[in-house]
Design a protein around this ligand. Structure first.
Ligand code: URA
Length: 201
């Protein structure tokens, strides 16, 4: 018999409570450069959740995840792949969050302590939503959830598990925006297709 999962948040945890607990967060140095905390957006009862790394300049200005160039590509990927696969799913049907909720300076990769401090809120979000699957966008999200040291190229496209939830790591949309990564783009589309069919078939 599988042992029960140790709770991460309080009893009857919910997204409003988590946002309330984050408050005007000063738990790590990322608060110094941020304009807004980017909590997450989308359907709070989504069956599929996407996890990115952290807000960029556009997200920091608007307080919403994935609204810049990478976000536009992510929207296209979700809406376009679902439509092509005959699934009535759009970006608004899923939930999107990041490992860290404040923009790192110069968009640097979040440091381990920042990921650990902020990760507790991401984990609570995931436990509250309890999606059927999570797509990790890039190595930072994969590291936060799976603790793997391998590069994203090695682990992408295969199912992993976080707690009892299926996790599909794939490339980060920012990486796919670089013109020499067109092969990766095809692979990311395949990964997303796999995740969408697993969740919505
Ligand atoms: N990149 C991320 O990882 N997250 C965002 O919200 C935007 C860009």
């Amino acid at each position: 018999m599988t042992p029960p999962l140790i709770p991460i948040g309080p009893d009857n945890d919910n997204l409003d409570q988590i946002r309330h607990d984050i408050g005007d967060c000063k738990r790590c140095r990322l608060c110094e450069g941020r304009n807004r905390i980017v909590f997450g957006s989308g359907n709070g009862q989504a069956r599929l959740v996407f996890v990115g790394e952290g807000p960029g300049a556009d997200e920091d200005a608007q307080g919403m995840p994935f609204v810049g160039r990478a976000g536009q590509l992510l929207t296209q990927m979700i809406d376009g792949t679902a439509a092509k696969e005959g699934l009535a799913i759009r970006r608004g049907d899923v939930y999107i969050a990041n490992v860290v909720k404040c923009r790192p300076p110069e968009n640097r990769t979040p440091l381990p302590d920042e990921m650990e401090i902020c990760g507790q809120f991401l984990f609570r979000q995931l436990m509250v939503i309890r999606p059927k699957a999570i797509v990790c966008l890039g190595a930072t999200a994969a590291k936060a959830l799976l603790g793997l040291k391998e590069g994203i190229t090695r682990i992408r496209g295969q199912w992993h598990t976080w707690r009892d939830i299926q996790v599909m790591p794939t490339y980060h949309p920012s990486y796919l925006l670089r013109p020499y990564n067109q092969n990766a783009k095809r692979e990311a589309w395949e990964d997303l297709k796999k995740a969408l069919h697993y969740v919505y078939d």
